[in-house]
Write a protein that binds this ligand. Structure first.
Ligand SMILES: NC(=O)C1=CN([C@@H]2O[C@H](COP(=O)(O)OP(=O)(O)OC[C@H]3O[C@@H](n4cnc5c(N)ncnc54)[C@H](O)[C@@H]3O)[C@@H](O)[C@H]2O)C=CC1
Ligand SMILES: O=C(O)[C@@H]1CCC=N1
Length: 278
């Protein structure tokens, strides 16, 4: 890979980037890379069941499922298959990894040690989330000891193409990271579902309730994104003393309310991430 130490952008990557697994997260990454200027001629996608979008990318300059001997040297291999299918995929991926190859895995619960055993390479373990599909993802990454600054910069550019990136030094944090930001969008979508359902119970027509819930969650998320205020202050700004919001929050913030539920939910996801590593 010909890259300079001050490389900042995907357009500066001059080696081959292989994406293994173009499902929901892999496709989001791919879309971000192309939007941020990664040369499609440098991209190879390995995907046994390509979506229409992936096939249409492949109708351009991206190579889809080329024969192994046509792949050549790989600058970066991004692994976005399910943790449960990684065992089957690894024998195909291992021959692609040379000593300078950067290996970026986004698989939940798959440790650097497991990746090292299965594939080798210079490993970055990362946890993105699905808002990556619109460039508003949150990714946390941790690099294995052997990863040099240049490889880390390439990994950062690949991940930052879909939103914000935070680097941590302690891999043990990745289980809780997965539980908070990796799985977190599902909790927010569930909130929208349940808010709509509760609206129907309160007498609203279903389509109106769905629109109110969707726009409320989306608008509140955007306000949180743009505001300098923290979530607690934004919540207090909605809450008039003795008003309607206070009545609802008395329920949500009661003893066995959202705090307890969210703590249990995040603990369950953290535990599951730890289990996937066994
Ligand atoms: N969906 C999410 O919100 C997030 C997922 N992840 C991680 O991303 C990874 C992928 O998850 P999703 O995209 O949700 O799953 P997905 O099922 O949509 O995508 C996985 C893709 O891998 C493909 N695949 C299966 N065997 C393969 C092989 N041998 N070689 C190449 N591709 C193969 C499948 O056909 C599928 O398209 C998982 O490891 C997951 O832990 C990480 C963060 C968030
Ligand atoms: O549910 C999962 O296991 C993956 C990891 C984080 C989000 N989806």
């Amino acid at each position: 890979m010909t890259i300079t130490p001050d490389m900042q952008t995907l357009a500066d990557i001059s080696g081959t980037v292989v994406l293994a697994g173009a499902g929901k997260m892999g496709s989001a990454l791919l879309t971000g890379w192309l939007a941020r200027g990664l040369d499609p001629k440098r991209v190879i996608v390995i995907e046994p069941y390509p979506s229409a979008d992936t096939r249409s990318f492949a109708a351009g300059d991206i190579r889809l499922n080329p024969a192994a001997e046509e792949i050549g040297d790989v600058a970066a291999l991004v692994i976005a298959v399910k943790p449960q299918t990684f065992g089957d995929a690894a024998p195909t991926l291992r021959p692609l990894v040379g000593s300078p190859t950067l290996v970026v895995s986004i698989m939940a619960g798959t440790t650097i040690a497991m990746l090292d055993t299965a594939c080798g390479g210079n490993i970055v373990r990362a946890m993105p989330n699905t808002p990556a599909a619109i460039g508003r993802g949150m990714t946390v990454a941790v690099a294995a000891k052997g990863v040099n600054e240049t490889q880390r910069t390439v990994a950062d550019a690949l991940l930052r193409a879909t939103g914000a990136v935070e680097w941590v030094d302690d891999e043990a944090l990745m289980d809780a990271v997965t539980a908070v930001s990796g799985s977190g969008p599902a909790y927010v979508f569930l909130l929208a579902e349940e808010l709509a359902r509760a609206g129907v119970s309160a007498g609203l027509p279903a389509d109106l309730a769905a629109k109110l819930a969707r726009e409320t969650v989306a608008g509140s998320g955007e306000l949180l994104h743009r505001s300098d205020l923290d979530a607690a202050t934004l919540r207090q700004n909605v809450t008039s003393p003795g008003g309607t919001t206070a009545a609802a929050l008395n329920v949500l913030m009661s003893e066995h309310g959202l705090k307890e539920l969210m703590t249990r939910a995040v603990a369950a996801a953290t535990k599951r991430s730890q289990e996937l590593a066994k």
